[in-house]
Ligand binder design. Structure first.
Ligand code: AMP
Ligand code: MN
Ligand code: MN
Length: 328
């Protein structure tokens, strides 16, 4: 990333002073939460509670079953209740990502995130696209400003780092991230257990769902894609609206530059996920469809039917990748 953003120390200090002086704090993360959303939400929420603050942790979609092993996950609510001195949004590149949590109060106070496509929607925008996870940023900032990292906070933040980096193997990994992860282990984070739960364990239904996705797999040159319809989901009894991480498996296929998955949502929308090899920035493609993400991992939620969206997205992706190739 050539235009990497590093954190402005004055901004950072000012933000954490505001956090310290607030008493009632709302913390929010994104719809269809991943491990970094949940880990950052809980890690931050529990650390604030350790300073006797009143905290509500909110995920518009609630907490998926696969994350319920994390201590503190039982506190997560689907809606915010009452008034707050301070609202913090973690791991969200734009405000639509939080769902319908902030309908009455559109401008949050703090936006803490690592997506290069972040739209800086808050009063204080702490955005560092060199961080491998929002949880990495929190693991750096919280102790720096005197916010405690208990055993449980360390577990949550290490979980966020492990999951967003697919076990420290994404191409944005840094020595700094390894050092921060080591500190989280020293503070009580159980790396092998979190790794197992976050990246390896899957349900029987999830495995069968992979089977359907794999049998629908198609290829054109160095691009592959598959789709998962509502019927596919029903036929195997998979309860989620996601791809059960199939995309990360498809990304291991050799001699492929781009992987795309289409998941029918059941509300007239299709969730599209892209993964790419370095050189190709799929967040640019996702942005065309009002999505976003990182260079090598991006997503968008598009209105319309599965077949049309599939055709449109594949054509657009091929065209844009062709353009990118010419410029490199
Ligand atoms: P996913 O394909 O859902 O695993 O997402 C890959 C990356 O793209 C993650 O960093 C997400 O935060 C981001 N992303 C996914 N969906 C969207 C969206 N609708 N808008 C913006 N960013 C997204
Ligand atoms: Mn996330
Ligand atoms: Mn993240």
């Amino acid at each position: 990333m050539s235009d990497a953003q590093y954190m402005d120390e004055t901004l950072l200090k000012g933000t954490f002073q505001e956090i310290r002086s607030a008493q009632r704090i709302l913390v929010i993360s994104h719809i269809r939460p991943d491990g970094d959303a949940v880990g950052s939400l809980i890690g931050l929420g529990l650390s604030l509670q350790d300073l006797d603050k009143e905290v509500q942790m909110v995920l518009s979609d609630g907490i998926p079953g696969i994350f319920r092993h994390l201590p503190g996950s039982d506190q997560i609510q689907k809606q915010a209740i009452g008034n707050f001195d301070l609202t913090m949004v973690v791991d969200c590149s734009d405000l639509t990502r939080i769902g319908d949590v902030l309908t009455g109060k559109p401008v949050p106070d703090v936006n803490l995130d690592h997506h290069p496509t972040n739209t800086k929607f808050a009063r204080y925008n702490l955005v560092d696209d060199t961080a491998v996870a929002t949880a990495e940023m929190l693991a750096e900032y919280l102790p720096k400003f005197g916010f405690p990292i208990s055993n449980q906070v360390a577990e949550a933040l290490l979980f966020g780092m492990i999951t967003d980096t697919l076990g420290f193997r994404t191409n944005n990994m840094t020595p700094k991230a390894m050092k921060i992860a080591a500190k989280l282990m020293e503070a009580g984070g159980n790396l092998p257990e979190l790794y197992q739960r976050g990246l390896l364990t899957r349900s029987f239904e999830g495995a069968r769902y992979w089977g359907v996705g794999l049998s629908n797999l198609e290829r054109d040159g160095r691009i592959i894609w598959t789709s998962l319809s509502l019927d596919d989901r029903r036929s195997v009894g998979y309860p989620g609206r996601d791809d059960a991480d199939l995309i990360n498996f498809l990304s291991t296929i050799d001699e492929i530059d781009v992987v795309i998955i289409f998941v029918e949502q059941g509300d007239g929308h299709v969730k599209v996920s892209w993964r790419s090899q370095p050189v190709y920035d799929v967040s640019q493609v996702a942005s065309i469809f009002d999505g976003g993400g990182h260079s090598a991992a991006a997503g968008a939620t598009i209105k319309g039917d599965l077949k049309n969206i599939q055709e449109n997205v594949i054509t657009t992706t091929k065209t844009m990748l062709g353009l990118m190739k010419d410029s490199t």
